[in-house]
Design a protein around this ligand. Structure first.
Ligand code: F6P
Length: 546
């Protein structure tokens, strides 16, 4: 068993950090850089194809050292070993969190590799055109039906890796993602598809999520109608549905054929599941070799996280910087800003990974926490965000931490033979903007000529801290390392805050109440004990539906 933690705020290191924060409030990042031109060398780390620059964070060596001591005091070493040792770190659900095991080599995780091999067989049959629809056609379109972790991870990574060359000699199917329960996505997707050549992946850890089951049922009915009466339900299920879940019984009950089932396990949290067969859309994009490269990159980051001293450890430093910003500088929002459009879905993926994991207010001990935990996280492709919410970052009233992501290498001749020069110029333009924005946010108007006097409405205060992450290139391996880095960062923060990042009880209550609301919507007058607002809204809707 993992021992209980002491109360965080009575730690002497916590008090020392609070005192440092008071002094820090009188300083400006422009002064940090003016007095310390070597900051970058001391506040940047590199490994596994990633460079992390923390030098634009409002922090000194002394603050960093105190944060590292805080990590020790919170027994980070012990907890890291508990995670990687398979202890029950998910205390409210009584299970370990072994997503890292999904990227272990075959000799250490045979069960995992058995499923990977089964997945490989299916992926190759689809990519080679051997998987046939019920009328004998090759598959041209694959629809991933899932939500939360069964959607955001595969969507984000498959989209990010689309520019990688397809597996040699194979043709990728077009990928589609249907997640929202209102049917708006699935209806739009189905309008454009041919039922004879469409395959559905029903992805759900629990296989009980209503959003996914309703979308899957709509798809099943669409196939039945589209393929005509000649086709029986069993053939349709065998040729057009693959199920991916930790619940084989529920998959079978729904109708997924045993040979079409891919499994993962209870000890993989939904938002940590893209490394399992839930990642099938990624494998359909880069082939199984590419998918295994992504696992290898993540494994490299697991090793980094487990073995590097905290001050040289990228996920640990990312976590500690956030703790400093949130708990000591009072910065309760973070913008994720990729300057490479292929990472367009990364903010949404991180919103779930971080906010569903660490959006908690009760400690492992069961006591309420007395300090802030996960901040509000949102984001957008950086160049587009510049024309949307950057005004608030530059001249608004909120302190906001930013996370910039750039890729060093981008286009290759093989990918874009004709336009490669122009596209390279666009890549440089985007990276230049990324550097410009982080510089301006940090230094404010002192990034410009100090002699120029500006009217007040043109002034930039600056002092908004940021971290910049540079990816060597957006390959499966580096993406794997990046995502594992974020997973470990979330875990480290949870250890500092003494919370469980692996449950999501807050989401569960909403599901229960929604079931009751269906009855209210059907007949508002039969509802009892409902609040006045909900009842009036239900009546309003019912009246307009007549
Ligand atoms: O949002 C709650 C949640 O349980 C997530 O943690 C999970 O990723 C999502 O629902 C989908 O769950 P499932 O994969 O079981 O359908």
């Amino acid at each position: 068993m993992v021992p209980e933690q002491d109360v965080l705020t009575i730690s002497t290191i916590w008090s020392q950090l609070a005192r440092r924060a008071e002094q820090e409030k009188t300083l400006h990042l422009a002064d940090w850089f003016a007095s310390d031109p070597d900051r970058f060398a001391r506040f940047s780390l590199e490994d596994a194809g990633l460079l992390a620059d923390f030098s634009k964070q409002r922090m000194s060596d002394e603050i960093r050292d105190l944060l590292v001591k805080l990590a020790d005091e919170r027994q980070l070493r012990h907890w890291t070993e508990a995670l990687f040792g398979g202890a029950e770190v998910n205390c409210t659900e009584g299970r370990p969190a072994k997503h890292w095991c999904l990227r272990e080599p075959a000799d250490r995780a045979p069960m995992v590799h058995e499923q990977l091999d089964a997945m490989e067989d299916m992926v190759n049959r689809i990519l080679k055109g051997h998987w046939r629809g019920v009328m004998g056609d090759a598959i041209t379109d694959v629809v991933n039906v899932g939500v939360g972790g069964s959607d955001l991870g595969p969507l984000m990574a498959a989209f990010a890796l689309q520019s990688c060359l397809p597996p040699q000699g194979l043709s990728r199917p077009r990928l589609h993602f249907a997640s929202s329960m209102d049917g708006s996505q699935v209806s739009q997707i189905l309008q454009e598809l041919n039922p004879r050549t469409t395959l559905f992946l029903v992805s759900s850890k629990s296989f009980t999520t209503v959003d996914t089951l309703h979308n899957a049922t709509t798809a099943r009915q669409w196939l039945g109608r589209g393929l005509g009466l000649d086709c029986d339900d069993a053939s349709l299920l065998r040729c057009h549905f693959i199920g991916i879940s930790a619940n084989p019984e529920r998959m079978s009950e729904w109708g997924i054929m045993p040979d079409n089932q891919l499994l993962f396990w209870d000890w993989v949290g939904g938002r940590y599941s893209l490394w399992s067969a839930i990642g099938m859309p990624i494998a359909l994009t880069v082939g199984m070799d590419g998918f295994r490269d992504m696992l290898a990159g993540a494994h490299e980051m697991d090793h980094h996280c487990r073995t590097r001293p905290w001050e040289n450890n990228i996920p640990v430093m990312l976590a500690l910087v956030d703790v400093w910003n949130i708990n000591f500088l009072g910065i309760n929002a973070r913008a994720v800003l990729p300057y490479d459009g292929r990472l367009k879905h990364l903010p949404a993926y991180l919103e779930q990974l971080e906010m569903e994991s660490n959006g908690k207010s009760v400690a492992r001990s069961g006591e309420p926490v007395e300090y802030g935990t996960c901040p509000v996280i949102w984001g957008e492709v950086g160049p587009n965000a510049q024309h949307a919410f950057f005004q608030l970052l530059h001249q608004g009233t909120q302190p906001i931490a930013c996370e910039f992501l750039m890729t060093a290498r981008r286009y290759t001749e093989a990918q874009h033979f004709d336009a490669v020069c122009e596209l390279e110029a666009q890549h440089s333009l985007s990276n230049a903007n990324c550097l410009a924005q982080s510089r301006l946010l940090a230094l404010g108007e002192r990034a410009l000529d100090p002699e120029v006097a500006l009217p007040s409405y043109k002034r930039y205060h600056g002092n908004q801290p940021s971290t910049t992450l540079v990816l060597e290139e957006l390959s499966p391996r580096v993406l794997g390392a990046l995502l594992a880095m974020y997973e470990h960062k979330v875990f480290v923060q949870a250890v500092i805050w003494g919370i469980n990042p692996f449950d999501q009880w807050g989401v569960e209550m909403g599901k229960v109440i929604a079931t009751g609301m269906l009855e209210v919507l059907a007949d508002p007058e039969s509802a009892s004990g409902l609040d006045a607002s909900s009842l009036a809204l239900a009546r309003h809707i019912a009246k307009r539906q007549k």
